[in-house]
Design a protein around this ligand. Structure first.
Ligand SMILES: [Zn+2]
Length: 492
């Protein structure tokens, strides 16, 4: 599989600028230690000024929240020596590797041979992907092209790959997506058609393109004369049907934006490097060295039994840090499950737990850890997905009145409207839906969104209520017949 390399100059320049801005912002945030902390905690003892929390809330300043989070949760680090570059730290690298392994296993099952064709396309497709998720640009990406004998085979693959993308989002990252086809306006230029999966960020009501899988048709194979021998007719050549698809670290950014909260990152257990953090508590200065050793020995036994049950567990036995500090630290890093073990727990033969996603607390008998912890992790994974799915569903409004479109967007929704699918109409819709209050600050101190809406996709699963040959495009200036329910929204 092709590793990332080819970046178009403009994409690289833009990414560089974004990373620079992010680094400057983060540096500024780190310096202003007097800012109020909404999540996390100040370090107790030692240097009391050291802040590990985020200085703004997700709700009031989403972009700043995100910039601080990716650094404080130790997902990325910026180089100050080399401008514009950042590294993915182990926590982020782990997520990316989990995704790669999952994806690679499945494309091998599909019998996809990795084939090397001219790489011009990867640069182009990266250029097309102009909207980087801030903090994850320049992106690590695979861009792969596959060649097929027939249109049908190529089309099947496009959809299979799209389903794998959707799987990465839904099964691994707990991010629900809507699968569909891009309109002519939004499809990959020069391609045949583009399939996509689209996610939604409730905090600002914006749609975000998850991943695309393109059917290129024969345009490029004809241009570069890529042919194979016709198996039906010896001696004849066929221009192959090509597809292009890729996956990038953008997926991590989408997940961070969706699940994170004011305390920091919230990671789905399936991709988290550490799934459970075990923290010894209640160890006081009064405790005899023998008792302390005995307690720590039991902590080790608990860790061993969880490892045996295939739980990715770690013990935080750092000295000189209060349990409160450690709790906040691991909450910032998004570890799905916190386990506490103190003398009281030991007396009752239990381990206390706290869920990162809901804050729910409870105890688990020590001899049931091997079954209950994996089950609880699975529940957390499912609950994260369900919560996001509920938010997406309730903010995807099916509209039949044009007047309701802008108010719906202003209330952080995406909309499904009857649409003629024509490019000029889509351009006009973008103009017509720019908010009049654009740029002003709302009563809650938030900048009102002002951008017009664009089409996100034509969902494969079409709702009912559209009569072909009868239902009109919702744009009141258009007057043409609607071809589909198309999902529109303000988007990244
Ligand atoms: Zn129209």
């Amino acid at each position: 599989m092709a590793e990332p390399q080819e970046q178009s100059k403009s994409a690289l320049k833009k990414a560089e600028k974004q990373a620079k801005m992010a680094a400057a912002k983060a540096e500024k945030a780190a310096k202003t230690a007097t800012l109020p902390v909404v999540g996390g905690a100040a370090k107790k003892g030692g240097d009391s000024k050291e802040i590990i929390g985020i200085t703004v809330s997700k709700e009031t300043d989403f972009p700043q929240w995100y910039q601080e989070l990716v650094i404080k949760a130790e997902l990325v680090e910026y180089y100050s020596e080399i401008s514009g570059f950042y590294i993915l730290r182990p926590a982020a690298m782990h997520i990316w590797n989990e995704i790669r392994a999952w994806f690679q296993e499945r494309i091998q099952d599909m019998g996809v041979d990795e084939t090397s064709f001219p790489m011009f396309l990867s640069a182009k497709s990266l250029e097309k992907e102009k909207e980087h998720v801030e903090g994850f640009a320049p992106e690590l990406a695979w861009v792969t092209k596959a060649a097929h004998l027939t249109e049908k085979l190529a089309e099947e693959e496009v959809l299979q790959i799209l389903e794998l993308y959707a799987g990465v989002y839904e099964q691994l990252l707990a991010v629900p997506v809507v699968r569909g086809r891009k309109t002519e306006n939004e499809k990959f230029a020069g391609g045949y058609w583009t399939s996509t999966c689209e996610a939604y960020i409730p905090t600002n009501g914006r749609g975000i393109q998850g991943a695309t899988s393109h059917a290129l048709g024969q345009n490029f194979s004809k241009m570069f004369d890529i042919t194979v021998e016709d198996p039906e007719k010896k001696g004849d050549k066929i221009h192959v049907w090509q597809n292009s698809w890729g996956l990038s670290t953008r997926v991590i950014g989408v997940m961070v934006m969706l699940h994170g909260d004011d305390k920091g990152l919230v990671l789905p257990p399936r991709v988290s490097k550490i799934q459970a953090i075990l923290i010894p508590v209640g160890i006081t200065a009064k405790m005899s060295p023998e008792d302390k050793d005995a307690h720590m020995k039991r902590v080790d036994e608990i860790r061993a039994s969880l490892k045996l049950a295939k739980v990715r567990v770690d013990v935080d036995s750092r000295e000189g840090y209060t349990p409160g500090f450690k709790f906040a630290d691991w909450e910032m890093k998004g570890v799905p499950l916190r386990l506490e073990f103190g003398p009281k727990d030991a007396a009752n033969s239990v381990v206390s737990y706290a869920r990162r996603d809901t804050g729910a607390k409870g105890t688990i008998p020590i001899d049931e850890l091997a079954t209950q912890v994996p089950a609880l992790l699975q529940t957390i994974q499912q609950d994260l997905y369900n919560k996001a799915d509920e938010a997406y569903k309730s903010h995807r409004l099916q509209l039949t009145e044009w007047e309701k479109v802008v108010p719906a967007l202003d209330s952080r929704n995406v909309v499904l409207i009857p649409f003629c699918e024509e490019a000029p109409c889509e351009e006009r819709i973008k103009e017509m839906t720019k908010s009049e209050n654009g740029g002003e600050v709302g009563p809650d101190g938030r900048q009102l969104p002002s951008m017009g809406m664009k089409s996100l996709c034509i969902p494969f699963k079409q709702p009912e209520g559209l009569v072909q040959g009868e239902t009109k495009c919702l744009n009141p200036e258009c007057g043409k017949l609607a071809k589909s329910w198309t999902m529109f929204g303000r988007s990244y």
